[in-house]
Structure formats: C-alpha cells, structure tokens
Design a protein around this ligand. Structure first.
Ligand code: GDP
Ligand code: MG
Length: 183
C-alpha cells in the first residue's frame, strides 16, 4: 500500500484588527473562543493537520496584527504562502472610519463596500471570510454584496463565519486547505 503523501502548506490571514482573525484560528485549531480582545503582536502561526483524499496536509496558519498593511509586513510573512485568507467583520461600523487595513469595509456613496489591497493577486489564491455573522441585526454588509464583490474579483470563494459559535469555521478552512493544495 502506498503511504499517504504529505504536504506542508502556508496560509496567511489578513484583515483589520478586531475582525476576528486570531479568534477564527483559535476556534479552528483549539475549538476555543474568548470574548477578550488581545491585540496580536507581530506575526505568529499555528498548525493544523487534516487529511484530504490520500494526502496528509499540515496547514501552517500565520496570524498578524491587522493594522499593518500588506506591503509593510516583512516579506518573510507572505513568502511561500499557498493561500491568503482575507477576513472582514460583517457588522463593521463604517462610521468609525478605519481605513488602514488590508481588508476593510468602507463607505462608497450610499454603499458599504469591501476593500482589499490589490496585492499581487496572482501570487496565491485568495479567499474571503465574512466573520461575526452571529451579530444579528447589526449586520452592515449583506451576503449578496459580499458575493458580488468576490465574483467581480475572479470568483474568490466566500464563507460567512462565526468564530464565536464555530459556525462554518471548519468548512471555510477546509476550502482554504484545498485551495492551498491545488496552488
Ligand atoms: P483580530 O484582531 O482580527 O485577531 O481579532 P480577535 O480575534 O482578537 O477578535 C476581536 C474581538 O472580536 C474579540 O473580542 C473577539 O472575542 C471578538 N470576536 C471574534 N470573532 C467573533 C465572532 O465570530 N463573533 C463575535 N460576536 N465576536 C467575535
Ligand atoms: Mg489578532
């Protein structure tokens, strides 16, 4: 019998601070959620093993503080990345006026739109997570809007997640793993 093939895949997670990047990773890898907000300092990674068909996949998922723009992150952060996860908060209050993130919600006329730095889209596949969908009526970006945004950027896959409730987190990261594997 053939031994399963192994793959080590690097995934980077980008988005404004506070959108839930660290929480999504903690929920996916440790099945834990904390209400407390701890700013992530610098870049760090966690690993998760999973099997996809006949392959043992180790995902190395890199976290970072979201206020850093992609370009200002050290090149070691994104070098060799196999997939890039963009995260935004579907309840984001635009009026607070964050505009320094890699993936933000901004006011455009009467619309709330998702924006992301157009960083080398050919370098690796992108996927978008709309997080905190447990927020109920405070939602600012509709699923339809988010899907339109993804469709207009070469059909980026889109998942709505709740790191708090664990909703869709496994499914979203499984898609990440498959995309990373396919390259
Ligand atoms: P990061 O800066 O992107 O890493 O964001 P964190 O993971 O530190 O989360 C920021 C805050 O949002 C924390 O208080 C989390 O508890 C909260 N949070 C993260 N994910 C969710 C979610 O899915 N639902 C809700 N309601 N809160 C969340
Ligand atoms: Mg963090």
């Amino acid at each position: 019998m053939n031994k399963p093939r192994r793959a080590l895949l690097k995934v980077i997670v980008l988005g404004d601070s506070g959108v839930g990047k660290t929480s999504l990773m903690n929920q996916y890898v440790y099945k834990k959620f904390s209400q407390q907000y701890k700013a992530t300092i610098g870049a760090d990674f966690v690993t998760k093993e999973l099997q996809i068909d006949d392959k043992l996949v180790t995902l190395q998922i890199w976290d970072t503080a979201g206020q850093e723009r992609f370009q200002s992150l050290g090149s070691a952060f994104y070098r060799g990345a196999d997939c890039c996860v963009l995260v935004y908060d579907v309840n984001f209050k635009v009026s607070k006026g964050y505009d320094d993130g890699n993936c933000s919600v901004r006011r455009d006329g009467n619309d709330n739109v998702i924006t992301a730095d157009p960083v080398d889209p050919d370098a690796f596949p992108f996927i978008l997570f709309g997080n905190k969908i447990d927020g109920g009526s405070s939602r600012m970006v509709s699923e339809k809007k988010a899907r339109e945004w993804c469709a207009s950027r070469g059909d980026i896959p889109y998942f709505e997640t709740s790191a708090k409730e664990g909703y869709n987190v496994n499914e979203a990261f499984l898609c990440v793993a498959k995309m990373a594997l396919e390259g």
